[in-house]
Design a protein around this ligand. Sequence first.
Ligand SMILES: Nc1ncnc2c1ncn2[C@@H]1O[C@H](COP(=O)(O)OP(=O)(O)OP(=O)(O)O)[C@@H](O)[C@H]1O
Ligand SMILES: [Mg+2]
Length: 496
Amino acid sequence: MPSNPFKRFHDALTFRTKAVLAIIVLLLFIFLTVSIVVLSSNRRDFLHQAKRNSLEMTKSIVDACIEPLIISDLNSLMRIVHSTTRNSNIANIEIYDGSFRVLASSDLSRLGTIDSTLAGAPEIEKLFFTEEDARESTLWLSDWTVLAPLEIDDEILGALRIEFDEQAITHEMNTSLRNVSERLFLLALLVFAIGIVGALVVSYTVTTPIKRLNSNMLTFQKELYRVNENSSDGRRNGGDELKQLEMGFAQMAANLRKYLDELERLNEEKQTMHCMAVIGEMSTKIAHEVRNGLYSIRGAAQYLDKALDNELVHEYTRIIYESVESINKLTNSMLDFARPLKPNLKKCDLRRLIHKSVTLLKSDFEEKRIRLETKLGDSLFVRADENQINQVLMNLLLNAIDAVAEKGHICIQAEKKNGQVEVCIRDDGIGVPAHIQNEIFKPFVTYKSQGTGLGLSTVQKIVQSHRGRVWVKNNSDRGACFVFTLPVYAENEVRV
Ligand SMILES: Nc1ncnc2c1ncn2[C@@H]1O[C@H](COP(=O)(O)OP(=O)(O)OP(=O)(O)O)[C@@H](O)[C@H]1O
Ligand SMILES: [Mg+2]
């Protein structure tokens, strides 16, 4: 589960939403970059142009001032000042003579005074020379204040000072920049709309086949593996289409693995059953032959025992009887095991059957002072053959009793699970090593000196004939746990 909220948010979005969001972020980035570049270059161009215009205006005023200055026509100079100040971009204008005396000014109080800012300046001739000794036609006193010489035939008669209105120029520039921004914004809206439609079309084209593949995969799994719909769909909620496809693949791989495991298990079961059928057939024939032979040996021994009154003969005939009995017991159990099982299926109360087998084995439990625990669910009715299930319980309990030490612990647990009753017989005995867990269900596999090795194979045979399963696992601490399942009895079930 992703704990990061950003990752959770990212996972919750569909591919389409992600594509649209990505396009919006990309376009926003492009729009901001383009806006910054365009506006800053526009601003630079505007200021450059404004300065050029100022210089041209200054030049034309200078031309107009020369003649009235030569003839000292102060009225004309004042008219020039008045007409110039009508231009909203000009804040102040002043015309000086060669000693910086104000001859005409937009500020009448300054007429006839010497300009205090230029009073300390070198002679007017030298003022317009730069360090490289080149004559300048204008001097910028500050950003927006220009001083231009009034000259005729290289003789400087005076100077013209114009102070441009920086605020007015900035305002004009801002208006122009706002117009550019509005146009950029409209253009961005158009590009955004086209981008979003494009993203939707592309994501639709990409996700449609993915969705189809996803749903085909789900249908395929449901049909082939009979996947539980709720559990599988639950895991595929959330995330975009690609994520769902990835999860779908993982799920299909997991189901396929489960399916193959189940197939392998069924195959093994089939092989075991086939093997048991062959053994059964063979052992029936052998057991019959052996039994006939045994009867003859026993008959002959009886005859010798009666005919000869000799201690040694009595001793040997007793050994022959015992051996014959033991072989006879084995052949009988072989015949029992080989006999095909035809369970007489009826409604059985498993709780009652468990209590019955526990009662039958009471003395065995007491002998080893075993602590027995039962954890049984309510109404455990199964469709089974009572005698056969009794045999299953007895075989498993006898094995558990054999496995535990004195004062050991055995627990019988039974509950309903997925339409079946699951019975688990757990002990704290020696446990079953992993490498023999499959072996012990095969006939005649025993690790006990007196065992036949038919107990667990009989259990498996019975459980399988009831359409159940049996398996063993080791407990996490110690001991083994044998589990078998039986189908639950359903009142209205169709008998086959
Ligand atoms: N609860 C258990 N704990 C440990 N090992 C077990 C347990 N149950 C069975 N086994 C092992 O499985 C082997 C096979 O058991 P199975 O019941 O088939 O035969 P057996 O008990 O040896 O002989 P029989 O049942 O004929 O007396 C046993 O020999 C034993 O080694
Ligand atoms: Mg046994």
